[in-house]
Design a protein around this ligand. Structure first.
Ligand code: TMP
Length: 217
């Protein structure tokens, strides 16, 4: 079982990198699952719609964390844990670290409370590897700015909020370097993808030597 998550601020290029990694992994195994947070289940996608709807300007940070956590509790038990138990590789676009970065560092909610709520929601599940695509906030939001009218509720937060989120990610990564792979997201798509594959190959190699076939690189 291998659980890999992707993290990053808006516009960091997560989606592109995840798609390329999935192409590579699916060439190696038919037991690879991609999912996302918030969402990934029918209940989670309904919660996602509430969380990201720009109309919900009155949502408090406390309500926000509980909604993110409710979606997480569902996906962990309905999808992630069962697949991991069956030996699948599960890739998740965002996971609990998003809560620590956005609700903790971004909104300033106490990290101890968030960790407790998160542990309850996940039942103590943490990723084997978290890939963080690091980018300065201005560049990230500029990449997204092409369609500002489509920004979701989180993207529409003030620039200082996103700066705190980025600082939070870097602190989280520094506290647990064994789990985090921090990559400079200003590099080319191909270079970033090569760095991701090298690390994932290493991770899978440690678990299953069959997955280390260099010819597929
Ligand atoms: P995305 O999936 O398109 O990146 O959008 C999800 C948004 O929700 C993004 O702005 C990050 C935010 N988010 C949180 O604030 N806390 C969380 O726990 C998660 C999973 C996401």
């Amino acid at each position: 079982m291998t659980f890999i998550t992707f993290e990053g601020i808006e516009g960091s290029g997560k989606t592109t990198q995840i798609r390329l990694l999935m192409d590579w992994l699916r060439d190696r195994s038919d037991r690879v699952l991609l999912t996302r947070e918030p969402g990934g289940t029918s209940i989670g996608e309904q919660i996602r719609a509430v969380l990201l709807n720009p109309i919900n300007t009155e949502m408090t940070p406390e309500a926000e964390i509980l909604l993110f956590s409710a979606a997480r509790a569902q996906i962990v038990r309905e999808i992630i844990r069962p697949r991991l138990k069956e030996g699948w590789i599960v890739i998740c676009d965002r996971f609990a670290d998003s809560t620590l970065a956005y609700q903790g560092y971004g909104h300033g909610l106490p990290l101890d409370d968030l960790l407790q709520i998160t542990e309850f929601a996940t039942g103590g599940l943490w990723p084997d590897l978290t890939i963080y695509l690091d980018l300065d906030v201005e560049t990230g939001l500029r990449r997204k700015a092409a369609t500002p009218e489509e920004w979701n509720r989180m993207e529409a937060q003030a620039i200082d909020f996103h700066k705190r989120v980025r600082r939070g990610y870097l602190q989280l990564a520094a506290q647990n370097p064994g789990r985090w792979l921090v990559l400079d997201a200003t590099q080319s798509v191909a270079v970033i993808q090569a760095q991701i594959r090298a690390r994932v190959r290493q991770l899978l190699g440690g678990k299953n030597a069959d997955n280390t076939d260099e010819n597929h690189a």
